[in-house]
Ligand binder design. Structure first.
Ligand code: DGY
Length: 332
């Protein structure tokens, strides 16, 4: 009898995905039981001899790990982003990389917009004020924030998620600037966004939302120079990846009033240590990388990640491949 293929899962996923994996009678499952990610040694032990890995954004996977485990045929990321995986190394070794695109687009845009509204209207400060027992009367000048309607939003990264952020911004009657690799001035027919270059967008926007993937072009894209171009009243929202922003430069900009505020779903490092200056700053909101975190969306992501892994170890084409060349060039 031939051995069943093994799938390692680096954290317990929502039931929708775990039950699919458990019910796949032709597959053996190996699940990391911890609430925290496996450390590199633990990850190496977990994936030893497996055929597929369902990984999280917290699991760095590079060529070394794949060289030590040539049995791995698929890395199925429980995320749309896959910057935790060295895709070039995986491709060179004929390992499929899969992700969960599409299902989290709206949910991530919702949270991006929630951060924007919260920062603009000082919602978190308001909650803290009430919790601290400071609310004594209605006041004409208490916690005054910024209007969203008629303000200008710059959306840096106009892919699936950026476009959904734009639709929400249109609903708030905002002027929308879109930044992509092609700055040719033109208007997006679906959202009314006007394409422009990054510097112009930074100078003109009241709110700057980052929705780019992390790669060599976007790492450190927002540093001291870029923050310096922004209006002093502007708010930066990052729901992309922490390293898109230079953290030190952001701390200085918030401290010195170079910009008015920031709202971050993602940080660099991640998690931020509890004593990190960004956490104590009143003009900065930090939430723990929860943009895709709705019950429905995480269940869809779990099903998708499970399907990608199961199909790949069965020798079938998984639905969401990042490095299609590996599938094209596979040995039959
Ligand atoms: C992603 O999917 O890339 C998110 O950051 C994690 O859900």
């Amino acid at each position: 009898m031939s051995k069943k293929p093994i799938i390692a899962v680096t954290r317990v996923l929502p039931d929708a995905g775990m039950s699919m994996l458990a019910e796949a009678a032709d597959i053996e499952l190996r699940v990391w039981p911890g609430d925290l990610p496996p450390n590199p040694d633990e990850l190496a032990a977990l994936v030893a001899g497996v055929d597929g890995v369902i990984a999280l954004v917290t699991d760095p996977i590079g060529g070394d790990l794949l060289d030590r485990n040539p049995s791995i045929r698929v890395l199925s990321n429980f995320a749309v982003g896959y910057d935790n995986i060295d895709v070039v190394a995986a491709t060179e070794r004929g390992v499929l990389v899969c992700n969960t695109p599409g299902v989290l687009t709206e949910t991530t845009a919702d949270l991006t917009f929630a951060l924007l509204v919260s920062a603009a209207r000082r919602v978190v400060e308001g909650v803290e004020y009430v919790r601290a027992g400071k609310w004594q009367t209605w006041s004409p000048t208490l916690l005054l924030g910024q209007d969203l309607h008629d303000a200008t939003i710059a959306i840096v990264g106009f892919g699936r998620i950026g476009r959904e952020v734009a639709k929400r911004a249109a609903g708030f009657s905002m002027r929308i600037l879109a930044v992509t690799s092609d700055p040719t001035p033109r208007t997006d027919s679906e959202t009314g966004a006007m394409y422009t270059d990054l510097d112009t967008a930074l100078k003109e926007a009241d709110f700057v939302c980052l929705n780019v993937a992390l790669n060599d072009d976007t790492r450190g894209m927002i540093g001291a120079r870029e923050l310096g171009l922004m209006k002093r009243s502007a708010i930066l929202v990052n729901a992309a990846r922490g390293p898109v922003v230079d953290t030190r430069a952001l701390v200085e900009a918030l401290r010195n009033g170079v910009i008015a505020g920031a709202a971050l779903d993602v940080t660099d490092p991640e998690p931020l240590p509890a004593d990190h200056p960004l956490i104590a700053m009143e003009n900065c909101i930090v939430v723990p990388h929860i943009a895709s975190g709705s019950v429905a969306t995480r269940s869809k992501m779990a099903r998708m990640a499970a399907t990608n892994a199961i199909e790949a170890v069965r020798g079938n084409r998984p639905p969401h491949i990042v490095n299609g060349d590996v599938w094209q060039n596979r040995r039959q």
